[in-house]
Design a protein around this ligand. Structure first.
Ligand code: FAD
Length: 382
């Protein structure tokens, strides 16, 4: 059979992990990335057991755990610091939940690929399908012809916007600040969220004695008031919140703040379009409330490689991938959206009611949800 070329658009977590997964099964791919340089951007990421199983399959588990930090439990507090729930992650397998700096993960993934596998400063602006392939046109006017195209260009994907014009990003109703700070003196070792009337504050210890924190506040989309918010503004905003939140903010520098509104994509019902397939946030961007956006992108990588290793007809492989991924990613997006609504309640009566219900909820409920997240299908289907 004639050699078939496969191209990936986007060198984020989805694109890089997919390139590694395809390389392992003997499919060489070319990645085109819009950025001029791959810089260690972003803050922290939670890597659920599902993502870690995928990394084990792809042979990069050890590298990831070397730079990650095990996450043994997750607690939720009210703004006085009184516990609402605590989930202990059962170590039923040797594989745990981890936290990692997003930039570090991206570096690990990059190190697994030959430098020639990725071309930078290549922003795709346009594509056209032909009888035997897809022609891409880049911002600089150059073109590239490929037999198959894997689209991993993130939540604002230009290709998805053309293939599924009805899909649009959906504002979740809250804006978010993130930062990574030194954890040497604070010495925080518990991953937790505080849910209160002024918003949500999350703490995630990372490796190398660093701490990733985030804060989500309800507001209208693109509110100019919050665009210029400084650490001092956040200190004032969260002044009613328990220790160590004020202390954490005190240790944060203004220039380390990352701010963005929280968006997802309302679930779509098609990922495969002939010779083109959507993966990662381009296909199923979710709110971050379950810490599953990147994890689902990593599952996509393991699944698509399995589909393409079993089918010589890659259009069929893309359809099989779609069939295997639609329901699960929709469940994540929908569930994460609902968790966000619950976590961001502001009405004191509803907050009281929510906390009473959550405090009396049997641990079997969260254990069931964890089991569902862990239930990847790229192992069973072997
Ligand atoms: C506040 C917050 C917290 C989060 N926390 C977690 C967490 O704890 N756990 C978790 O699993 N996930 C988390 N996520 C989600 C996670 O970051 C994303 O799901 C994940 O990064 C998606 O990866 P991706 O590769 O699909 O997209 P991206 O990371 O967006 O990568 C897309 C790449 O494509 C490139 N690109 C874009 N357009 C073009 C173009 N036209 N041509 C060429 N290249 C292009 C971009 O430059 C980029 O490099 C969080 C997200 C947010 C906002």
């Amino acid at each position: 059979m004639k050699h078939q070329t496969v191209t990936i658009i986007g060198g984020g977590i989805a694109g890089l992990t997919t390139a590694i997964a395809l390389h392992r099964i003997g499919i060489d791919v070319q990645i085109f990335e819009a950025s001029k340089q791959i810089e260690p951007l972003g803050a922290g990421l939670g890597l659920g057991i599902n993502a870690m199983i995928a990394f084990k399959e792809l042979g990069i588990y050890q590298e990831v755990i070397q730079h990650g930090r095990i996450l043994p439990s997750f607690s939720i507090y009210d703004h006085f610091g009184k516990p609402i729930t605590k989930t202990n992650f059962e170590q039923t397998t040797n594989i745990g939940n981890f936290t990692i700096h997003r930039g570090k993960l991206q570096q690990i993934l990059l190190s697994q690929l030959a430098p020639s596998a990725i071309q930078l400063d290549k922003r795709v602006e346009h594509f056209e399908t032909t009888d035997n392939g897809v022609e891409l046109t880049f911002k600089n006017g150059s073109t590239h012809l490929t037999n198959y195209l894997i689209v991993a260009d993130g939540i604002h994907s230009v290709i998805r916007q053309k293939l599924v014009p009805s899909a649009s990003s959906r504002y979740a109703g809250y804006t978010c600040w993130r930062a990574i700070i030194n954890n040497h003196t604070l010495n925080i070792d518990e991953t937790s969220e505080t849910w209160g009337p002024d918003g949500r504050f999350g703490l995630i210890p990372l490796a190398d004695k660093t701490l990733y924190w985030f804060a989500c506040v309800n507001t209208s989309f693109n509110n100019p008031k919050f665009k210029s918010y400084t650490v001092a503004d956040l200190q004032h905003h969260f002044r009613r919140y328990h220790d160590p939140i004020p202390e954490i903010l005190k240790h944060t520098l203004d220039n380390s703040l990352i701010h963005n509104d929280i968006l997802d994509i309302r679930p779509i019902n098609q990922f495969a379009f002939g010779r083109i397939v959507l993966i990662g946030d381009a296909a199923h961007a979710t709110t971050p409330n379950m810490g599953q956006g990147a994890c689902q992108a990593i599952e996509d990588a393991a699944t698509i490689a399995q589909c393409m290793s079993r089918e010589t007809d890659f259009e069929q492989a893309f359809r099989t991938f779609e069939k295997r991924r639609l329901k699960r990613t929709k469940w994540i997006t929908d569930t994460s959206w609902k968790i966000g609504q619950l976590a961001q309640l502001e009405n004191p009566l509803l907050i009281w009611l929510r906390n009473v219900v959550l405090r009396s909820m049997p641990t079997s409920v969260s254990a069931k949800q964890m089991k569902k997240i862990e239930a990847v299908d790229f192992l069973d289907a072997k």
